[in-house]
Structure formats: C-alpha cells, structure tokens
Design a protein around this ligand. Structure first.
Ligand code: SF4
Length: 333
C-alpha cells in the first residue's frame, strides 16, 4: 500500500473516459468556453479501453479498490460497456460511474450486465426553468428522471443523486429535491459550489454553506448526523429522524476533507492528477505507448503518489481561486 506525504493511502481512482459531454452544465462546461470551436480530445489522444484496463491494474496493485468512471459524460464514449466488462473482471474492484443520466434508458441494462455495480446521477433541480438555466443544451428534468428509473430497473443500486447548489440559482430547489428523493429511497447528495477549473466564474458569495443547508432541511425534516461508511468518504451523512433514509453533504469549501483524501484521477488522455484542483498532471500514456513494462508503470504511479502534498480545499483563498486549475470536465468530479 502506497501512502503520500500526509500518510494518506491511495484507495480511490476516478477515470475520465472522455472530455466531451451531451449536457454542459454552466458550473462545469460554460458554453462561453466549451462552445462550438472548443478543441476536444481526438480519438487517438484518448486512452483505449485496453490502456485504461492496464493502468487500472497498476492502481489496484497500489491498493485502489474503488473505481469510478466519469467524464465529461462517460456515456458519450461509444461502447462503454466493453470497458466496464474489462474492468469488472479485475479482482476486488468496486466499479461505479457518475453520469448525467440522459443515455441511461438506452445503456443501463447493458452496463449492469457488463458488471457495473451502481451509479451516481447528477440532477440540480426538479424545477424545469431552474434546470434549463443550469444547462446549455435544453435537456429536460424528465429526461434525467427517466435515466434514474432505467438505472433502478436495471438493478444499478444504490443510486445516489448529486446536486450542486449555487446561491441565487437553485437553492430554492433543495427542499423539493429532498422531499422527492427521500420518498424514493435514493441518497441525495448536496454539493457546495466549488471553484473547479478556471472557467466557471466561481465566487465565495455563490456558495450556500453546508451548515445553512442542514438548518434548512432540519427545519422541515429533523436530522441526525451519521458516521462515515469508511475513512475518506467525501459526504457528511445525515439520517432523517422519521426513518425515511439519509442524505449527504459534500462541503469542500466550508468543511474541507483533504486530511483523509485518498483519490487519484486519470484524465481521458492518460494524465494522473492527485487533486481535483490540481494545475498539472503526470503523463502515463507516454509510458504506455513508449513500451514501459507493468513494473515501470506501477513504480511511476507509486512515485507520484508518494510525493503528493495536495490539500487545496484547506488552503483555498482569493489567491488560489484564479490558478490555472485543470477543468473538471477533463478529469471528472
Ligand atoms: S481538494 Fe484535493 S486533496 Fe482536498 S479533498 Fe479535494 S481532491 Fe482531495
């Protein structure tokens, strides 16, 4: 097991399989930046499924157990179920995916059959007007709800729902989302709006602090804090006292959790990033395509992790916000 300079083990790998998306939410891929002329990665630049599988085996060798497929939007990568089947064969892997859900009606059953265990689906409001204001492609709330239903029917349980809350945009949607998902047994996770990348115009004033969200929800549904499921879990868990399940809060801005962060990220073109807010990554694709052995790749990953010092959320300040941080659409959330 490899640990970094703060004794954090490498446990969790997020693999971005594409930098493209069929949704483009404003806090991740604003059209002003990711418009018609944006140069997305070409097919040759993308890691092949076999290359992803080979790198994943190297990460498993360092103690990774949880692998999450992300993007952009992972389901826009064609035949993704073939990659899922390759990864699902690996020993002791906990294989999950984060998606906007739009393509799940077509894909959920095949993904489940290939070995995907569960999904996290992004939905930032049930209010159509608010939802439309948060995405640049005119996708509807209904289309995401159909995706959630398809995941449920395919047996991709438990289903988590990620909601990014931005002040002045969708905080009025929080209680309707809580009411809706606590009745359906899906775990809603509220996410503080973060300064990911360097193009979403983030301001601290746009953040609705976790404390405020808990107070708002507790006023209608009395809550009780829950223990984390495991060390390094990103969400703070709360149980509804009336027994109607739980929800989570990811408070990267007001309650940083870097001390237990065990997550590495692999970009779709094979760069290793050791923090969501990193500025630079380490090229592993060059090693792969340059003929490196499995041992050399394993050693390279270990060396990067051992040098890791990241704790961005603990040091976030006005001076760090404008750093040329890597885009979330490129390395996944
Ligand atoms: S800011 Fe970086 S180090 Fe901190 S929890 Fe997020 S990914 Fe981990």
């Amino acid at each position: 097991m490899v640990t970094d300079t703060l004794s954090r083990p490498l446990r969790d790998l997020r693999i971005s399989v594409t930098d493209r998306c069929n949704f483009r939410c404003v806090y991740c891929m604003p059209k002003e930046v990711f418009g018609r002329d944006f140069q997305f990665l070409s097919r040759e630049e993308l890691l092949s499924f076999e290359e992803i599988e080979r790198l994943t085996r190297a990460f498993l060798g360092h103690g990774v157990r949880k692998v999450r497929l992300t993007g952009g939007e992972p389901l826009v990568r064609r035949e993704l179920e073939k990659l899922v089947a390759l990864l699902a064969r690996l020993p002791e892997i906990d294989l999950t995916m984060t998606t906007n859900g739009l393509l799940l009606p077509q894909k959920a059953a095949a993904l489940k059959a290939a070995g995907l265990q569960r999904v996290t689906i992004s939905l930032d409001s049930l209010d159509e007007a608010v939802f439309q204001a948060m995405n640049d492609v005119g996708a509807s709330v209904e289309s995401v709800l159909r995706g959630i239903e398809a995941a449920e029917q395919a047996g991709l349980h438990p289903i988590k729902i990620n909601m990014v809350v931005k002040r002045g945009v969708n905080e009025s949607s929080v209680l309707p989302m809580v009411r809706y998902f606590r009745e359906r047994g899906h775990v809603l996770r509220l996410i503080e709006f973060m300064d990911v990348g360097h193009s979403n115009g983030w301001r601290l004033d746009d953040v609705v602090p976790a404390r405020e969200l808990v107070e708002t929800i507790d006023a209608e549904f009395p809550l009780e804090p829950l223990e984390a499921n495991y060390r390094g879990e990103v969400a703070n868990r709360y149980r509804f006292r009336d027994g109607a399940g739980e929800f989570g809060l990811i408070a990267s801005v007001t309650q940083p959790f870097c001390a237990d962060c065990s997550r590495a990220r692999l970009s779709a073109d094979g760069k290793l990033y050791t923090c969501l807010f990193a500025v630079t990554g380490t090229d592993l694709r060059g090693l792969l395509r340059g003929g490196a052995s499995d041992d050399e790749i394993h050693a390279a990953i270990g060396a990067v992790w051992q040098r890791r010092t990241d704790r961005y959320s603990e040091i976030r300040s006005a001076a760090t916000v404008d750093l040329p941080k890597v885009e979330m659409s490129y390395i996944g959330g």
